[in-house]
Structures are given as C-alpha cells and as structure tokens.
Design a binder for this molecule. Sequence first.
Ligand code: HEC
Length: 162
Amino acid sequence: MRAAEWLFAVGAALFVIGIGFVVVGARAARQAPAAARPAAATPPIATVRQLMLGVVEPAAVVVFESVSTTVTKEGTEEKAPSTAAEWEAVGAAAAALAEAGRLLMADGRAVDRQDWTRMAQGMVDGARQTLAAVAARSAPGVFDAGGALYTSCDGCHQQYMR
Ligand code: HEC
C-alpha cells in the first residue's frame, strides 16, 4: 500500500470511530436527565390538619366573608370590598388558597393521585376564579368563585375527613 492509501484508510477508520463516539455520546445525553433527576427537594413539613388550620381556613374566611347580602326587616345590606386595600386582601387570601391547593397535592402529602388530587385542583381552580374576579373588581364574581371554592372544601371533607 502506498502512503496515500494508508492515510486514506486511517482517515476512514478514524471517521467511522468518530461517528461511533457521536452516536454513543448522543445516547448518553438522552439518558443523562433521567439518571440525574434529583430526589424530592422540599419534603412537606406541615400536616394536612396544620395546613387547614394555619393557612386554608383563615384565607377561606377572608374570601367567604368579603361579599355577602344580609336581608333584614330594615332592608337589604350588601357587603363588598370597596377600597384598593380591601380588594388586595381578598386577592392575597385567594392566592394563599391557590398555593395551599398545590401544597395538598405535593409528594409526601397527597393521600392519593385520584380524587384527592382532583379536589385539591378544584380548590386551586376556585381560588384562581376568585383571583380573576378580584382583578375585575367584581363582587358577584367573588361570590360565585366562593361557591366553587366551598364545593371543593366540602367534597374533600366528605370523602377524606374522619
Ligand atoms: C384535598 C382535600 C381537602 C380540601 C380541598 C380541603 N380540605 Fe380541609 N381538610 C381535609 C382533611 C383530610 C382534613 C382533616 C385533617 C385532620 O384532622 O387530620 C381537613 C380539615 C379541615 C379543617 C379542620 C376541621 C376540624 O374541625 O377538625 C378545616 C377548618 C378545614 N379543613 C377547612 C377547609 C376549607 C375552608 C377548605 C376549602 C377552602 C378545605 N378545608 C379544603 C382535606 C381537605
């Protein structure tokens, strides 16, 4: 074999080996994220009961009591947020409920991945509906969203509270 043929043969061999490295490298890159996935970084601290008493109930009271209609002999009294600060307080409570709904779904806290998660998601949805109503400064919207929220509380308690 002449020198030029040798060089060609060596070059071709290196090329084939090079492709081999590219293929192996691409396969390794595809597998890397799964292998490197970290364990649950933030394991839950509060029990469900503590979340309910410490976060959910106080926030829900703010939302539920923000809009109401009281009918007496003297007439009808409508209650609704009026100042920017009052609207902000309802929005903050709704945001706390939305986040608390996600905490209920967290690994290590969720009781199951079926009804529990669905009802916790119902709470998130009701809270987001409340947030949208607050953004629109709609008292009737907050009232309706409060109904959706209450349905999620009630449904989950009937099934899981003992
Ligand atoms: C995904 C399920 C779930 C949702 C949604 C939920 N809860 Fe609960 N809640 C529970 C469970 C389970 C308990 C019982 C915890 C315990 O005592 O160990 C509880 C307990 C409570 C308690 C304590 C009751 C008592 O007297 O012992 C309050 C208050 C409460 N929830 C309020 C609410 C409110 C208000 C909402 C809606 C805004 C709500 N919860 C939504 C599951 C849920």
